[in-house]
Design a protein around this ligand. Structure first.
Ligand code: PLP
Ligand code: COI
Length: 364
């Protein structure tokens, strides 16, 4: 499937490599273009790169009323050779189709998704932010456009990719551990629901929890399973903790946990990083006891946007709290972070196929 290009005039586009002044925030900026493809009559058609602009949508569109909407998050990095490389976007494309299946949305050929991402980055490559720790955040998403108030899967969709030159997700970056609130009040997902999908509605459902967490000085909630027995996720990240012997533990992927590509990558890289990584159910009570006793020395979250966010403290609604280790960024988190970011940025050789160079097509 060939991609059509309608590009902004050269005079309206970025004409030199982006060098942000001051610390770049996460997700605020956009580049000049976006990628679109439409679904109708059981077919995807009209793949195109066009100027970034509003998308007209019917007020009765099913995505607006019934939330048939999903998204992905990936990153591209500039290596020392000055070329831009996407990181494991084949995994994002696959997961998008898993989410689509959960939400009764159509799948989109993974090659087309990846081609769209690369075509867009190529056109907007001057937007890659030259700043330590910054990257080009890739946001593919799909939403239902059929104008219908009947509750049924839409017959029409748009798949779109936008780019955001971004700095660290948490403004303090990797230097300041976050706090999480342990509460039984909010749940992100229940078994048989959409927890394993990157469904937009899951994030809407997490907002109230996030606001509640802020009242206790925490950045998010530690999400538990619906019975409040097991640890599931750390806000919009997979949760992890590190035992005294250096073993990293990630909650087993169930249908209420998003299968994080960061977690999967760290599991695959465990030998190279030099740490054992295991997955199992993590009972909350045992976790709290082990943090108190010092048997758990570090904890945090894994995710594309945040990479690795150490958790220094877990707070409770009664105002009490427990500190993980010394509450600072631990040596294991540092070890993982440095290796993982090293692989992403091309400073450390990673497994074949994880990084794909964005070819220069010299368009526009
Ligand atoms: N869990 C949730 C709920 C998320 O929103 C994310 C973010 O993408 C993750 C985990 C981490 O997944 P990944 O590493 O693929 O970005
Ligand atoms: C990501 O890590 O890519 C996410 O999607 C998390 C968040 C920005 C919603």
């Amino acid at each position: 499937m060939d991609i059509a290009y309608t590009l902004k005039k050269a005079s309206e586009r970025r004409n030199e490599q982006f060098r942000p002044e001051g610390q770049l925030s996460f997700g605020q900026l956009r580049t000049d273009h976006m990628f679109l493809i439409d679904y109708e009559n059981s077919n995807w058609k009209n793949p195109r790169v066009v100027p970034y602009s509003n998308i007209p949508i019917a007020p009765g569109a099913i995505s607006i009323h019934y939330g048939q909407s999903l998204f992905e998050g990936a990153k591209a990095f500039m290596h020392d050779d000055g070329e831009i490389y996407t990181f494991r976007i084949d995994k994002n494309a696959k997961r998008l189709n898993v989410s689509a299946d959960i939400l009764c949305m159509p799948s989109l050929d993974e090659e087309i998704q990846m081609k769209g991402v690369h075509a867009l980055i190529d056109v907007d490559r001057l937007w890659f932010p030259l700043q330590e720790g910054a990257s080009l955040y890739i946001r593919p998403f799909m939403f239902a456009t059929e104008d219908s108030l009947g509750v049924h899967p839409s017959g029409k969709y748009i798949f779109c990719v936008i780019l955001s030159p971004s700095g660290a997700y948490y403004p303090a970056g990797f230097t300041k551990p976050i706090k999480l609130l342990i509460t039984k009040k909010f749940h992100r997902a229940v078994s048989g629901g959409t927890g394993a999908a990157k469904a937009s509605g899951n994030y809407a459902a997490s907002l109230k929890a996030g606001e509640f967490a802020k009242k206790f000085g925490a950045s998010q909630v530690l999400f538990l399973d619906s019975e409040n027995k097991y640890i599931e996720e750390a806000g919009a990240m997979n949760h992890f903790h590190v035992e005294k012997n250096g073993t990293v533990v990630i909650p087993e992927f169930t249908d209420t946990i998003l299968k994080s590509i960061t977690s999967e990558s760290i599991i695959e890289l465990q030998k190279e990083i030099g740490l054992k990584v295991v997955q199992k159910r993590v009972p909350l009570d045992a976790f709290i006891e082990s943090v108190k006793s010092g048997d758990i020395v570090e904890a945090g979250g894994f995710g594309t946007a945040a990479v690795i966010s150490p958790v220094g403290e877990y707070v409770f609604e009664d105002g009490s709290s427990i500190t993980v280790g010394d509450g600072k960024v631990g040596k294991f988190a540092k070890q993982i972070y440095e290796y993982y970011v090293g692989v992403q940025t091309g400073k450390i050789k990673g497994p074949n196929g994880w990084l794909k160079k964005v070819k220069r097509n010299n368009l526009g």
